[in-house]
Design a binder for this molecule. Structure first.
Ligand SMILES: Cc1cc2nc3c(=O)[nH]c(=O)nc-3n(C[C@H](O)[C@H](O)[C@H](O)COP(=O)(O)O)c2cc1C
Length: 158
């Protein structure tokens, strides 16, 4: 414990202490884009004094996400918000790290068996939810309780 607050040099990088924040999935990104939630989460940890803040598992491809809320860097649109996140960490006194990720066969950014690209994933989700909602309304009108419950569960997954 005595060394916890002493600096650590790894090659050219000097960490002010040995407290590193592990990458933590926030499930809060939309289409892979980090946002105010991530900025606040990172800034508050950095202000708390940790030397290194590692940004959550960040997917290198849309299909490789652990969940649809994962941060990503598979498209140029991710550059600016990720830059802001890195700057936020640095400005608040920590060194910024990132965990590059691909969930492989455990990826679950979509329903099993459906191939989704970065550009159409949101569209597919939206259309499907709309269809399920429509069916749900019909089933409620027809008083099909069992089917309605299944559709409600489907809506919650989508
Ligand atoms: C909310 C939450 C999100 C996490 N997300 C990630 C992640 O994105 N990548 C990862 O490798 N580990 C993730 N973990 C695991 C942590 O990085 C860490 O390994 C785990 O909490 C155990 O830490 P410890 O060995 O210091 O107790 C997550 C943990 C929590 C609690």
């Amino acid at each position: 414990m005595t060394g916890l607050f002493t600096p650590l040099q790894i090659r050219s990088v000097e960490f002010k202490n040995r407290i590193f924040v592990s990458p933590m999935c926030q499930y809060s990104a939309h289409n892979g884009l980090v946002n105010e939630w991530h900025f606040t989460h990172a800034a508050t940890r950095a202000v708390g004094g940790s030397a290194l803040f590692i940004v959550e598992a960040t997917s290198v491809s849309a299909e490789g996400r652990i969940s649809r809320g994962d941060a990503g860097i598979w498209d140029d649109m991710h550059i600016t918000p990720m830059r802001t996140l890195a700057d936020t960490i640095t400005k608040n006194g920590a060194i910024a790290g990132i965990q590059l990720a691909h969930a492989g066969r455990k990826a679950s950014c979509t329903r099993p068996g459906k191939v989704v690209t970065s550009s159409n994933s949101t569209k597919v989700d939206g259309k499907l939810s709309g269809l399920v909602l429509f069916l749900l309304i019909q089933m409620i009108r027809l008083q099909k309780k069992f089917l309605s419950v299944i559709l409600i569960q489907l809506l919650m997954i989508l």
